[in-house]
Ligand binder design. Structure first.
Ligand SMILES: Nc1ncnc2c1ncn2[C@@H]1O[C@H](COP(=O)(O)OP(=O)(O)OP(=O)(O)O)[C@@H](O)[C@H]1O
Ligand SMILES: [Mg+2]
Length: 351
């Protein structure tokens, strides 16, 4: 009955539950919003749960600034749930927001995308928290499959295609052939680790303490993976380590690139190893068809070019790196009948 109604009213929702951003797609509407996957909540006494103070952009703005008693966190770390209750609240907020225009309260059908490398337990946690947040049915799909669909690659062909997704918490390389992930490898070093490397560099070199949000701004504004002409500079504000007072300094793109260097090397090594381990026929396909780079870090100046040089193979940046996974989940929703086979399912009561 429930299924019949949710299908009839058409509330089918696709979610890219990322470590940095949660992107929500509604069938027949497209991407309806994207928000940082941050949440701020006050823990209620006697285990009565949480009172949500802020979600998304507002919560991100509070990170590192909240008074005691309030937690401001990123509940997804390295692509997996690090804080189950908070993740459920984040999903509840998303589902409430997309249901608010519906005259009837329905329990939507939700397809949610997760990294290929997660364990069965982690996958079940995603499904449980989606159902707990009010979904009537919850399905998961592997991120590389949705990313490939999102960038318009034909996933059903026997020719392997490679997707590299560098997000906030995970770097993942996968090869897809005949609708499945045949090779996959991942690191929990990605955009946020780059921000941390920038924080450390600025602390050591300038005795200046900056927060994560400022570091991310530095990375996204002057960060680059290859030398630039001209190199850039940016004024950075923080706290002086010696006297604790506010101070600002000018940081150059050269220093920022050097700070991120070990992370670039780690990602390059991961991709090289994946290529080396691949059966020769598959590697040939990948080289012939080129490699697609997606995830927010794909937007960094020189990143795709550097990767391409490291593996001596063309690397193409997806049209909308921040949205390819959600767009792919949307394609699955648009065609749920045929696409069911790419889903890893668990329905309410079926687990
Ligand atoms: N112009 C840019 N240059 C460099 N990095 C960027 C740029 N724009 C966004 N990013 C980074 O991309 C990351 C977010 O990417 P994305 O939304 O794909 O991650 P996610 O899907 O939330 O995380 P994950 O897939 O790892 O769980 C953040 O670290 C963000 O700072
Ligand atoms: Mg992602």
């Amino acid at each position: 009955m429930l299924k019949y109604f949710s299908g009839m009213l058409g509330l089918d929702v696709g979610i890219d539950l990322g470590s940095s951003n949660i992107v929500v797609y509604v069938k027949d509407k497209g991407i309806v919003f994207s928000e940082p996957s941050a949440i701020a909540a006050k823990k209620l006494p006697r285990g009565e749960g949480y009172e949500i103070i802020a979600v998304g952009r507002d919560a991100k703005a509070m990170l590192g600034k909240v008074p005691s008693g309030i937690e401001a966190v990123w509940p997804i770390e390295g692509g997996v749930i690090a804080n189950f209750d908070m993740t459920q609240e984040l999903l509840r907020y998303c589902l409430k927001r997309v249901s608010s225009n519906n005259a009837f309260m329905v329990h939507p059908r939700v397809v949610i995308s997760i990294p290929a490398e997660v364990t069965g337990v982690e996958r079940k946690a995603v499904i449980d928290s989606t159902l707990g947040a009010g979904a009537g049915e919850a399905y998961v799909v592997e991120e590389p499959i949705s990313a490939a669909l999102g960038v318009g690659l034909p996933i059903d062909k026997p020719n392997g295609c490679m997707i590299i997704d560098i997000g906030g918490g995970t770097s993942e390389v996968s090869v897809i052939s005949l609708g499945g992930v045949v090779v996959s490898s991942s690191l929990r070093t990605a955009g946020r680790m780059m921000d941390n490397a920038i924080i450390n560099m600025i602390r050591q070199r300038y005795a200046l303490l900056i927060g994560e949000t400022t570091a991310e701004e530095v990375k996204n504004t002057i960060g680059s993976a290859l030398p630039m002409n001209p190199e850039l500079e940016m004024n950075v504000k923080g706290r002086d380590l010696s006297d604790g007072l506010p101070k600002s300094d000018t940081v150059s793109s050269i220093e920022v690139r050097e700070a991120m260097e070990p992370i670039f090397i780690g990602i390059e090594d991961m991709v090289k190893t994946a290529l080396e381990k691949m059966p020769p026929e598959l590697a040939k396909d990948v080289v012939d068809r080129g490699i697609i780079l997606t995830g927010g870090v794909a937007l960094m100046n020189g990143f795709a070019e550097r990767l391409s040089r490291a593996i001596n193979t063309p690397v193409v940046v997806a049209e909308e790196p921040l949205y390819s996974v959600a767009l792919g989940v949307g394609k699955i929703l648009d065609n749920l009948g045929q696409m069911r086979r790419v889903l890893m399912s668990v329905e309410r009561g079926a687990h």
